[in-house]
Design a protein around this ligand. Structure first.
Ligand SMILES: [Zn+2]
Length: 130
């Protein structure tokens, strides 16, 4: 996957996804700022008017994240258990918030990345308006 800036002067995919940049005008308008957790797409870009509702990333972000995050958390929890043998309740108190925070941060980045890829490749749902 090419994450560098391309010949059209667009920011790289990683930078655009990390900062939630509009794929058309590169304004940081991809996410609904009224949403407390900022993981929901805005309806359209406040700067260029690009309609984000025409894009559908579906369950892609969750599918891409569930295994890597589970592997990371299980590895860290096992390491902590072997290294310090904390009580079970302490493991829960540590790993539930850590998992939640990592999920919310990474799902935003993955959602933005998938929408930007859809825009750059002009991908639309079959049967929809062009
Ligand atoms: Zn825009």
């Amino acid at each position: 996957m090419d994450t560098s800036s391309n010949e059209k002067g667009q920011p790289g995919l990683a930078k655009a996804a990390l900062f939630g940049l509009c794929p058309k005008c590169h304004a940081p308008s991809l996410f609904d700022s009224r949403n407390l957790l900022h993981v929901r797409f805005a309806g359209k870009c406040g700067q260029c008017g690009l309609d984000y509702t025409g894009f559908n990333v579906g369950d892609g972000p969750a599918a891409l994240l569930i295994i890597p995050i589970a592997a990371l958390i299980i590895t860290l929890a096992l390491w902590l258990d072997i290294a310090a043998n904390p009580p079970f309740w302490l493991q829960v108190v540590i790993w539930v918030p850590v998992t939640t925070i990592i999920t919310f941060i990474s799902i935003r980045i993955i959602k933005a990345g998938l929408l930007i890829i859809e825009y750059r490749r002009d991908a639309r749902e079959a049967g929809g308006k062009s």
